[in-house]
Design a protein around this ligand. Sequence first.
Ligand code: NAD
Ligand code: ZN
Length: 248
Amino acid sequence: MEEIMSNYREAAELIRNAKSAVAFTGAGISAESGIPTFRGKKGLWSKYDPKILDIDFFLSNPEESWRTIKEIFYDYMGENAQPNRAHYFVAELEKRGVLQGVITQNIDNLHQEAGSSNVVEFHGTANRLICISCHEAYEFTTVSLSKLPPLCPKCSGLLKPEFVFFKEPIPEKAYQDAIALTQNTDLYLIVGTTGEIMPASQVPYLAKKAKVIEINIEPSTYTHTITDIFLQDKATLAVEKLESLLLF
Ligand code: NAD
Ligand code: ZN
């Protein structure tokens, strides 16, 4: 117990003294907002087939893919999922000038909704749908998902969520921004990611000059490699403890 609290005290001290911290987040930070993770015991892949997020499968079976995509992402998003304390903590660190930005693998827009302004969406966003024919983009709230797949109002082309499907490349700007942020940080805060999704999983290894604090309910691929301080708790609880030490 004492050892655990000293972990938190050490982490709070690092945060207090940081000048250019960066957060790197995965599905775990949004789990307590009600959006399930992919991996893990209660993860979505124990219920759904990951092939529905394969770009080739999507293009040849858009209706089948869309039915699951809607259930996984769109039924949880919008009004339903709200940012939680961990998203607000990341935003607060940015407002206080401690944090330069957040690199997220999530596609749920919750960092932005919590007030973060420099958000690198490594895997794109579910918030917009793109027409694969004319490339027009639409806010998802303006598109009806009652008939699937949704089609472009302009040209009737297939609409695709603007997130990265399996076998699709990472958006070039997000990739470059993630590397630039990571190479210029003195404190890296990794929250809720297994570290198993390539190439995103490789980004934290570029934070060579930084101390690494990790929050997760279970060890990840980073825990015994680059993590200096491992805070093994749910993200909102870990943040609550940090906030009480930081007097936020
Ligand atoms: P993952 O699903 O592979 O793993 C989730 C991680 O979060 C695990 O390490 C788990 O131990 C941890 N975790 C679960 N609950 C937690 C909690 N309350 N507090 C702290 N940690 C918790 O997630 P990933 O590595 O981010 O990769 C999944 C990929 O799928 C990402 O690329 C992401 O784009 C996408 N995805 C996004 C969302 C979202 O946008 N919210 C949800 C599911 C999947
Ligand atoms: Zn179109």
